[in-house]
Design a protein around this ligand. Structure first.
Ligand code: ADP
Ligand code: MG
Length: 241
């Protein structure tokens, strides 16, 4: 076909990355399902923020992401859009006999941040209450274990509680394909490095990893190097308000 005859043209178009192209980009221009486009529009998301515009296209193609971006730059959608698209594009219907495994894992430093991410997920995927579960301290373990029993595809967790469940074999993360480490600098400040190490060791190496940190000093770079492979690097300055 004509399309197959012109690989160079396609390559050039798909790697266009000028500032101009980014500024005029809309969620509707992304390579995502029409359904997700309309849910984003309905939720009021029309134009991606800079971190979203830079992270989502490569992440949709499976690339790892290593981004420095401070609070309020729109990190949540930058990893949720690729996660939702992949979960929906390649989902096997779950049955009672064969539950879906956990396919996406988002690690954040606090319960409050985890709840915020889950709320955005539910806003965009409203008919899937059982599909995403919070695993974090300060909330009933039994409730979380019951919810895990229903076979969610997405887990949003703080490292402490997740590691606890892992050690007790209450959760299995060996089918995770997509992993997000959000607010890495804060997680390290809070002493979560040992937990993160053990969690990462329980996830297949063959996965997509997206790391976000407000700062990326030499120490943090050295640590995240263990988790990302050949990442797309993104630096977003402080947003002026
Ligand atoms: P961060 O995680 O970087 O602190 P959030 O993902 O929480 O940022 O987003 C910050 C705020 O910006 C939220 O209120 C969110 O709804 C809003 N927001 C994010 N992306 C967009 C967008 N593309 N268009 C409009 N508002 C957005
Ligand atoms: Mg955030």
């Amino acid at each position: 076909t004509a399309i197959l005859d012109q690989p160079e043209t396609i390559q050039a178009a798909s790697t266009t990355n000028s500032t101009e192209a980014r500024q005029s980009m809309r969620f509707n221009d992304l390579n995502i399902s029409d359904s997700l486009k309309s849910r984003l529009t309905q939720a009021g998301f029309i134009t991606p923020t800079p971190v979203q515009a830079q992270a989502i296209p490569p992440a949709l193609e499976g690339a790892d992401v290593l981004a420095t971006a401070s609070t309020g730059t729109g990190k949540t959608l930058s990893f949720l859009v690729p996660i939702i698209e992949r979960l929906e594009a390649t989902s096997a219907p779950s049955t009672r006999a064969k539950r879906n495994p956990i396919r996406a894992l988002i690690l954040l430093p606090t319960r409050e941040l985890a709840m915020q991410v889950l709320e955005v997920y539910w806003k965009l995927v409203p008919h899937a209450k059982h599909d995403a579960v919070l695993v974090c301290g300060g909330l009933s373990e039994n409730t979380q274990l019951d919810q895990l029993d229903r076979g969610p595809r997405l887990v949003v967790a703080t490292p402490g509680r997740l590691e606890d469940f892992l050690r007790r074999r209450e959760i299995s993360i060996n089918a995770v394909e997509m992993c997000v480490l959000d607010e890495v600098d804060r997680m390290l400040d809070m002493g979560f490095l040992p937990a993160i190490r053990r969690i990462a060791a329980a996830i297949p190496r063959q996965r997509q990893t997206m790391c976000y940190s407000a700062t990326l000093d030499a120490n943090i770079q050295e640590i995240v190097r263990d988790y990302v492979r050949n990442p797309v690097r993104i630096e977003i300055g402080q947003t002026s308000k």
